[in-house]
Design a protein around this ligand. Structure first.
Ligand code: 5GP
Ligand code: ZN
Length: 115
């Protein structure tokens, strides 16, 4: 359930700092430390599981459910032109933190980022 060497587990336990924007019994949502764009959020389940396919249905479903109001909050706060949902599984797919998570990345027209 928890990996002492995992930075997201340490944030979830209150042992490492993060700018938290939402938390409930299943997830914590905080700003990415290396913002791909302003407002870049990470939705992180309160269970140490490396990949989406290993995640239990309750956490996976809840991450999808709360993505919607979080996107609405980003739209109200920052007025982006679009928002990417990104979820990497495996080093080959760009995953760097092996505690499953979902990115919400606000986007602006011609913001110069790929994709
Ligand atoms: P991945 O590539 O695994 O999908 O994304 C991992 C994300 O976690 C990266 O965007 C990275 O900036 C972010 N990250 C890594 N360490 C920390 C940290 O200590 N705090 C926060 N808030 N984000 C982190
Ligand atoms: Zn972890």
């Amino acid at each position: 359930m928890r990996d002492a060497s995992c930075i997201f587990c340490r944030i979830l336990a209150g042992e490492a700092p993060a700018h938290v924007v939402h938390e409930d019994e299943l997830v914590m949502v905080f700003l990415d430390i290396n913002q791909a764009s302003p407002g870049h959020l990470l939705i992180v389940p309160r269970v140490h599981v490396p990949y989406w396919w290993e995640l239990d249905e309750a956490h996976a479903a809840h991450m999808g459910v709360i993505a919607r109001p979080l996107m609405q909050a980003l739209r109200e706060a920052l007025q982006p032109d679009g928002i990417n949902i990104l979820q990497n599984n495996g080093r080959a797919a760009g995953q760097e933190v092996f505690h499953v998570h979902m990115h919400l990345i606000p986007r602006w027209q011609n913001d110069g980022r790929l994709g």
